[in-house]
Design a protein around this ligand. Structure first.
Ligand code: KIV
Length: 273
């Protein structure tokens, strides 16, 4: 069966990089959420999310580290493969983990190439703007679509002295334009004032995806655990929780424990004759 026939049969059309750029031109907002495993990625894909991000936030929300630095390339690939397998429609972007894109163009192309070869995902994201222009160019010329990430860059948490709003307007705009000129197809703008995000969005031909960057970006992204109300510690003020899954899970687990302890589970309906 050809790829075209199998897609026709499943009735599901995969979102493409050029399509995301067309969405900006058409004024259609782009949705992106993080996903780290098959079940969640399938749910989000069926819900109609345009883009899934296998973010290095996985280091914090899945692995329990205090920042995003410890997650490895092999771990990113392991999880990206699950998400790539689940996503029938959404375009899947995978973060290059720290410090791969600072190890030179050659190492970065090898790492990003592994991601595309081994995971069925379609693009990589890297933190940086102007200073990453050479790396972005090399990836793009190797056929690897790149989403850049400017503003608050969590992989530079130690240099930035914490997770702080970034307000250097000239630098932010310069980074965004440099990433576009290097060939990035989209840019995440994290934790910057709405006014700067608006200017960047108007100046760029490629879509901006905001997180803590106000309403004028071409799209929005959130960490899934935060937007579902699953995060136990600090949640950034720009996050809106659309559910309280932490409470739902906790209540269900407590109820199940009670029923097992008092003997009411399993009852007849949940046992074999
Ligand atoms: O790793 C991640 O989840 C991200 C988003 C916060 C944009 O980079």
């Amino acid at each position: 069966m050809t790829t075209a026939t199998s897609k026709k049969k499943s009735g599901m059309k995969k979102i493409t990089v050029p399509q995301l750029i067309s969405m900006k031109r058409a004024g259609q907002k782009i949705t992106m959420l993080t996903a780290y495993d098959y079940t969640m990625a399938s749910l989000l894909d069926s819900a109609g999310i345009d883009t899934l991000l296998v973010g290095d936030s996985m280091a914090m929300v899945v692995q329990g580290h205090e920042n995003t630095l410890p997650v490895t390339l092999d771990e990113m690939i392991y999880h990206a493969e699950m998400v790539g397998r689940a996503a029938k429609r959404a375009l899947v972007v995978v973060d290059l983990p720290f410090p791969i894109n600072h190890q030179g163009v050659y190492q970065t192309v090898i790492a990003a190439g592994r991601i595309l070869k081994e995971t069925r995902c379609q693009a990589v994201k890297l933190e940086g703007g102007a200073e990453q222009a050479e790396v972005i160019k090399a990836l793009v010329s190797a056929g690897i679509p790149v989403m850049a990430h400017v503003g608050l860059r969590p992989q530079s948490v130690h240099t930035m002295g914490g997770y702080k709003i970034q307000r250097d307007k000239e630098q932010l705009i310069e980074d965004a334009i440099a990433a576009q000129e290097a060939g990035a197809f989209s840019i995440v703008l994290e934790c910057i004032p709405s006014e700067i995000a608006k200017i960047a969005t108007e100046r760029l031909a490629i879509p901006t995806i905001g997180i803590g960057a106000g309403p004028d970006c071409d799209g929005q992204v959130l960490v899934i655990n935060d937007m579902l109300g699953m995060t136990s510690g600090h949640v950034p003020s720009f996050v809106k929780a659309y559910a309280n899954i932490r409470e739902v899970i906790s209540n269900a687990a407590q109820e199940w424990c009670e029923e097992v302890r008092d003997g009411s589970y399993p009852d007849e309906a949940h046992s074999f004759e």
